[in-house]
Each structure stands twice: as structure tokens, then as C-alpha cells.
Design a binder for this molecule. Structure first.
Ligand code: MSP
Length: 522
């Protein structure tokens, strides 16, 4: 696999980032870091979605210009991703001039092609979804099922996108490509939605929504329109690559369509149906894959402003006094399988990272290195390097971690790594190198320690995407080259340092103190 392009959803900036936004970006970063260990050419795009009625309304409430509010909130998003070590290649804002220009040209092209047409319309608009809802989608009380708000009745003459024209092609594509939407059960959901799909409104009257990209060449009798958020937002995946409607080239040609869109379950319809329709209308190939993740709940409850349980990722780091985000990253992506809803609770967080990262992984490394120093002054003698009895376990785990990442089973990949650590811990407990030392069997003792340290090098490489800082610290202590590509990661290739220095040995992860429990909430 040579090229790997991954995008996240672009977040609405009517507030600061919360743990749900953070989950998606961490998940994406973990995936990207893993594939960076396997491919030479990886591109990671994230960004912000800044137009639409929701942003406009929030800015009005605050009494500031929308752009000013966006600028302030974008800074908070960037700051959060920095604190969480989300290492993107590009951050696109839908207010970027280049993006706006290309979106106008995309719209114009579809208009000229006849795939966008004018139509008078009365519909129910949910500003939370930034979309029109059908009567049958509403709750019994007539509310939007996601935002639990009554949608607004809107009557306008708008531009519509001829989505129905592409219904059959999209249906066929989904049926013929089981990997297009994962997890697979989500594809069934989309196929059901496709059955009742209608053409969609793709502009709003600027009298109602002024905060958006204006439709170009709007000099006919239709009143001024702005491009309705989904064409604007979805196009970011190609405008960011410098897509040119006339002559697709450069980065766009390099990475499109080998793209993985990481998105939440609430925006699957927009990505699988609307985005596919837009791409087909532009004559472009469909993306390789939509990876659909679940929602993060807080203490088993849906996160919402009304419940007052919205948590900021930065507050979690602060509350636990975490200087590095590794434990939080690890917990977020391993607490639940990718497609299912996850949960954050202080107790769970503490328990899982203490068990896996401190007691299990960190402790094993620390004890082994300490014994090496105690018995051998940290020196790894040639005679200690023998056939490693853990070789098959290592091979098995490397294979399965890669396989799980190929299928975006990130929790399962994490579990494989911890299983290897567990097994190695049991190996040490069974063989008791300290007893071998007491009995004067120094060479045997040294061999056991080196066997363990070799496994720890593999663990270091595999855990890196989850915990980049801890992995770096482990690599420093082991004198292991963390830049090694996973394809070269075999016990034979691991050149463990000749001398491990006493001064450099320190715990790589300290247990979370119970006194912080319950302070995690922002
Ligand atoms: N702006 C649109 C996406 C446009 S993509 C071309 C949007 N923004 S959002 O800010 O509401 O959501 C951004 C991402 O965060 C989405 O993928 C959404 O599913 C995800 N999440 C929002 N709340 C979430 C949780 N509580 N848990 C996990 N992810 C959640 O939708």
C-alpha cells in the first residue's frame, strides 16, 4: 500500500470542541500514524465547517460577526488538536478563499450541466442538521429525532440538485462494494434511505441565510442565493487538494479517489448519498471508503447542552493533570469498537489506562530494565541474544494488529498489543529471572531479560499510533529506532542497544491518581 489519504468530518465552529469531536480526530490520527508506519505517502486532512444558519444565529446571539466568531473558535479547535497530538497535514476552513472559489465553480458546473435547477419549495428545516427533514422522519411530537427541536417551515425558491438521477448508480455502487461503507450494517441503513430519496435543496435565500458562499452568476429573477452548507462542506475533501473543475491535477490527482472519510453516524446519509451524487455529477470517481464511527456518551448518557454534560477534551487533560495526551488517546479508541457508541466515565478511564498502560505495559518495561541494570549494569552481552521463545507470539501479534488496522478494528488492534504484553508478563512470572540470578544462572537470566526487551521493542512500535509520546520514551530507554517501518519489524531486525543506562530508566506512564476521579468533567 503506497498512498493513504484520510479525512475527518469538518466541525461546526459554533462552540469549542467537545469530546465527540476529539474522539473522531484521535481515531483518525491513530489510523494515520499506523499507516505512516506502513506507507510512504500519507495525507491527513481535517478542518472546520463555518457557514450556515447555525453559525449565523450563534454569532448574532453573541453580537459579533460570524467570521470573528469562527476565527475565535477555530483557534480553540487547533489548540485542542495540538494538545491531543492530532498531527494533520492540512487544516481546511470553509471560509478559505480558495475553497469558496472552487465551491462556486463546482456549483456553476452542475448548474450548466442541468444537474442543478430552480424549484419552489416548502419544507421543514432543522438548523441543527442544516438540512430539510421529511414528515415521516420526525418524532411523534414533530421534532427532529437527533436535535429534539421542532424544525422550521421554510418556503423558498431555491436551487435543487438532481440527486434522483444518480440514485440507481449509488445503490449499485453500495451493493457491489461491501467495503464502501463500514461497518457493514450501516450500508443497509443507507440502502433503505436511498429508496425514498428526493432531489435536494442546495441553496438558501440570502434573505434568510446570509452567512454562506454566494451562488455565482446569479443575475436571473431568482433572489440572491447562498450555497447551502452540504455542497460547501462536502467539497472540502477535494478543494483542499486543489481540485480544479476544468483540469484536475496535482495533489488531487495524486490522492483522489483513494480516500477514507472518517465520519460520525449522524452524517452518513450526507456522505454516502449526497456526496456520491455530487461526485458522480462532476464525473469523478467515488471515495474508497466511509468509515462510520459511533457516538461518545458521557456516563452512559447522550452528551447535550441541555443536560449540561458536554466535556471538553482539554478539561479532561487538565483535570487529570496529564502533560501528554497518550492515556486519553488510548482510552478513547480502545474503550469501544469503532462502529459502536463509546462511553467516557472518569472511573472507567482511570481503570483502563492504569491497568493497561501503567500496571501492564509500563511496569513490565520498567522491571525488566531495572533487573538488567541491577544484575548486569545495563549491559546486553552477545550471549544474551539467543532464539527468542516469544518469536511466534510476536509474529502473530504484528500480523493481527496490521490486519485489524486494515479493517479499521482499532480497539481490537489495541487489545492484541496488550495481550502480547500480558503474555510476556506471564512468561517473566513463570521463569522468574530474579531466581535465576539468585541461583547464579546469569547467562540464562540475561537471555530472559533480552527476550522480554525485544518484545518490548515490538510493543513500542505497535503502541506508537495510540501513545506517541509514551512510545518515544520507551524507544529512548530501549535505544530502539521508532522510525522503523512495520514491514521491517521482525525480531531479527531489532538491534537492541548494547548498554541501557540506569539514569534513563524511569516509569513511562504513572498511574492516574484516584484523587482526580470525578474531576474529569469540564
Ligand atoms: N459540519 C458537519 C460535518 C461536515 S463534513 C463534510 C458536522 N459537524 S459537527 O461538528 O456537528 O460534527 C463533526 C463530527 O463530530 C461528525 O462526524 C460528528 O458525527 C462527530 N460527533 C459529534 N458529536 C459526537 C459525539 N458525541 N461522539 C462522537 N462523534 C460525534 O456534522
Amino acid at each position: 500500500m503506497e498512498k493513504f489519504y484520510l479525512t475527518t468530518a469538518i466541525d461546526y465552529v459554533n462552540g469549542a470542541p467537545h469530546i465527540g469531536h476529539a474522539y473522531e480526530k484521535i481515531l483518525s490520527d491513530v489510523i494515520v500514524r499506523h499507516f505512516t508506519q506502513r506507507c510512504d505517502d500519507v495525507y491527513f486532512l481535517t478542518g472546520t465547517d463555518e457557514h450556515g444558519i447555525k453559525i449565523q444565529k450563534t454569532a448574532i446571539e453573541k453580537g459579533i460577526e460570524p467570521k470573528q466568531m469562527c476565527d475565535e473558535n477555530v483557534a480553540k479547535f487547533k489548540e485542542a488538536w495540538k494538545a491531543l497530538d492530532v498531527n494533520y497535514n492540512q487544516f481546511i476552513r470553509t471560509t478559505d478563499e480558495e475553497h469558496k472559489k472552487t465551491v462556486q465553480l463546482i456549483f456553476k458546473k452542475l448548474l450548466e450541466k442541468g444537474d442543478i435547477y430552480k424549484h419552489s419549495y416548502t419544507g421543514l428545516y432543522c438548523s441543527g442538521c442544516e438540512g430539510f427533514l421529511n414528515e415521516k422522519d420526525l418524532t411523534e411530537d414533530g421534532l427532529c429525532p437527533i436535535h429534539m427541536k421542532k424544525p422550521e417551515e421554510v418556503s423558498e425558491e431555491n436551487y435543487f440538485f438532481r440527486l434522483t438521477k444518480y440514485k440507481d448508480v449509488i445503490t449499485k455502487h453500495i451493493k457491489e462494494n461491501p467495503d464502501f461503507i463500514i461497518p457493514e450494517f450501516r450500508a443497509t441503513e443507507v440502502l433503505n434511505q436511498l429508496e425514498n430519496i428526493e432531489d435536494i435543496s442546495v441553496s438558501r435565500s440570502s434573505a434568510n441565510v446570509s452567512w454562506g458562499i454566494p451562488v455565482l452568476d446569479n443575475n436571473d429573477n431568482i433572489y440572491p442565493q447562498v450555497i447551502y452548507v452540504w455542497i460547501d462542506a462536502l467539497s472540502n475533501y477535494i478543494t483542499a487538494l486543489g481540485y480544479d473543475v476544468e483540469n484536475p491535477s496535482g495533489k488531487f490527482q495524486k490522492y483522489w479517489p483513494v480516500v477514507h472519510h472518517v465520519i460520525g453516524k449522524d452524517i452518513l446519509k450526507f456522505h454516502s448519498i449526497y456526496w456520491s451524487g455530487i461526485l458522480l455529477a462532476l464525473g469523478l470517481p467515488l471515495p474508497k471508503q466511509l468509515l462510520v464511527h459511533g457516538f461518545i456518551n458521557i456516563n452512559k448518557e447522550k452528551m447535550s447542552k441541555t443536560l449540561g454534560n458536554v466535556i471538553s477534551p482539554i478539561d479532561i487533560l487538565k483535570a487529570w493533570d496529564l502533560k501528554i495526551p497518550d492515556a486519553f488517546r488510548y482510552y478513547m479508541v480502545t474503550a469501544a469498537p469503532v462502529g459502536k457508541d463509546g462511553n467516557y466515565s472518569d472511573e472507567d478511564f482511570k481503570e483502563k489506562v492504569n491497568a493497561d498502560l501503567a500496571n501492564n505495559m509500563g511496569n513490565l518495561l520498567n522491571r525488566t530494565l531495572s533487573m538488567l541494570v541491577k544484575y548486569f549494569d545495563g549491559e546486553i552481552k552477545e550471549e544474551f541474544k539467543t532464539n527468542n521463545p516469544l518469536l511466534n507470539n510476536v509474529k502473530y501479534v504484528i500480523f493481527h494488529v496490521k490486519e485489524n488496522f486494515d479493517n479499521f478494528k482499532i480497539q481490537e488492534a489495541g487489545q492484541e498489543i496488550i495481550n502480547l504484553v500480558d503474555f510476556t508478563n506471564k512468561y517473566v512470572a513463570g521463569i522468574e529471572p530474579w531466581t535465576l540470578a539468585k541461583e547464579g544462572k546469569m547467562s540464562e537470566c540475561g537471555q530472559v531479560l533480552v527476550n522480554v526487551l525485544e518484545v518490548m521493542c515490538v510493543v513500542t512500535a505497535l503502541i506508537y499510533p495510540f501513545c506517541p509520546n509514551i512510545a518515544q520514551e520507551m524507544a529512548n530507554q530501549l535505544k530502539f529506532d521508532l522510525s522503523m517501518k512495520l514491514d521491517n519489524l521482525t525480531l531479527d531486525n531489532i538491534k537492541i542497544g548494547k548498554l541501557i543506562s540506569k539514569e534513563e530508566i524511569k516509569p513511562v506512564f504513572l498511574r492516574l491518581d484516584s484523587e482526580f476521579a470525578d474531576k474529569g468533567k469540564g
